[in-house]
Design a protein around this ligand. Structure first.
Ligand code: SF4
Length: 430
């Protein structure tokens, strides 16, 4: 390998993908590559794709075309969820040189070294059933806040979801290793860690997807045990749990967060639908009553807690009545904001067989209705805290003389830039 080869990355999709790109980039820099911005000229371009975006295919093609126009001799490598799901489709995109599936993503350096610009793309992929092993990753874009991947894959079978097909079975890092990573991040100046995974609450299955019976202090490894060990790490002021399934968010986790100084009063809990009929068709593992119970317990113990909700509109078979159920349920629930997704068809998912299909314009209308509700919820939540003093961790960016940060309970704050506040936790009157 020419030691001076340059490499540029582009990430599509979620925080997990961003944390993995960040780790791939650090790994390749250690192997002698020089990192460039994606808009710059580079010898190698890597696109880390997503299967959730509606037009993964279109986005990927556009990016490859952009590279071909500015650097026709450069190597183009495609990895990530879409590369695992549709390797042949991607290999057929003119200009692509290498497609790396889930098992080969972290062997990227070796594959690039063996690669030469040729006529047809090489595919290095295997069946998702064969994918095992865990690679810890974290993002380092802003020293203030880091997304730390502690779990990968999912053993659930939600009928709309391709993630288990793209990322494989549920598997996790060990608690000892997560703690080691958190200590290293603290030593590097990071103040806030966002714990990230595909199904975080399922943390504890070892690299082969098997539950790990013993761990540090002889206890079973599970998410609750992880939370308690991370709480002891010195130098990290704040943790957030990126997203956790309601059926895995136990009373003991809620109770622990309520009494912890480091775990922030902020949860993100996917609901997906407020209609039990639709939840059943989605093959979710809870009913709306359990969801309401979780929210009520959180708000009882932490009235100031922010709660974000994922919800999908336009799932096949969702009638006006079912949507009204969802709207009324969310309207009455003490949650702070919604992330609204419009259902879109995914190949090889059981939801494709459910009828009737909801017309696209109805899906869009429902999306708009819930986004309006989300806006009102967010306003209400913020107004409830007016006059209170909370803590804000300010980020380092100077955006036109302004700086931003989040309160412990996830209210965004903007104020004129002050260097002494960068990466500091500051008491703040809302
Ligand atoms: S819990 Fe369901 S929606 Fe979430 S990743 Fe697993 S299968 Fe997909």
């Amino acid at each position: 390998m020419a030691e001076s080869r340059t490499i540029a990355f582009h990430t599509l999709g979620c925080k997990l993908n961003f944390s993995e790109t960040s780790s791939l980039s650090r790994m390749l820099e250690q192997e002698g590559f020089e990192k460039k911005e994606f808009d710059d000229l580079a010898d190698v371009y890597v696109i880390n794709t997503c299967s959730v975006t509606d037009n993964a295919d279109k986005e990927c093609r556009q990016l490859v075309r952009r590279i071909q126009r500015k650097a026709p001799e450069s190597l183009v490598v495609i990895t990530g969820c879409y590369a695992q799901l549709k390797p042949r489709e991607i290999a057929d995109i003119p200009g692509v040189d290498l497609v790396l599936g889930a098992a080969e993503k972290f062997n990227i350096g070796r594959h690039i070294r063996e690669l030469a610009k040729g006529d047809s793309a090489r595919i290095c992929s295997c069946d998702i059933e064969e994918v095992s092993g865990f690679h810890s990753s974290w993002s380092v874009n802003d020293r203030t806040r880091t997304f730390l991947k502690v779990q990968d894959g999912c053993d659930y079978t939600c009928s709309f979801c391709t993630i288990p097909m793209a990322r494989g079975k549920s598997r996790s890092d060990t608690i000892a290793n997560v703690v080691k990573n958190a200590e290293a991040l603290a030593a590097g100046g990071v103040k806030e860690i966002v714990l990230t995974g595909v199904n975080l609450g399922d943390f504890g299955k070892g690299p082969e997807g098997i539950a790990t019976p013993v761990s540090i202090h002889g206890r079973e490894e599970n998410f609750y045990a992880l939370v308690k060990e991370l709480d002891k790490v010195e130098g990290i002021s704040r943790y957030r749990i990126s997203s956790i399934e309601p059926n895995l968010l136990t009373n003991e986790i809620i109770d622990y967060v309520a009494n912890s100084d480091k775990f922030m009063p902020h949860f993100h809990i996917p609901l997906q639908s407020g209609s039990n009929k639709t939840l059943g068709a989605m093959r979710r593992r809870y009913k709306r009553e359990l969801y309401a119970e979780r929210v009520n317990l959180i708000k009882k113990l932490m009235p100031h807690c922010a709660i974000g909700v994922d919800v999908i509109v336009g799932f096949p078979g969702e009638t006006d009545e079912d949507f009204k159920d969802t709207f009324d349920f969310l309207h009455a629930l003490d949650v702070s904001y919604l992330h609204v997704f419009t259902y879109s068809e995914r190949d090889n998912t059981p939801a494709l067989d459910i009828r009737p299909v909801v017309p696209v314009h109805t899906r869009n209308e429902r999306n708009k209705t819930l986004r309006n509700l989300s806006w009102m919820k967010m306003q209400y939540f913020t107004e409830q805290h007016a006059g209170q003093t909370r803590t804000v961790l300010f980020e380092q960016h100077d955006k036109n003389g302004m700086m931003e940060g989040y309160t412990d309970n996830y209210i965004r704050v903007t104020t004129p830039y002050r260097e002494e506040w960068v990466n500091s936790v500051v008491p703040w009157k809302i």
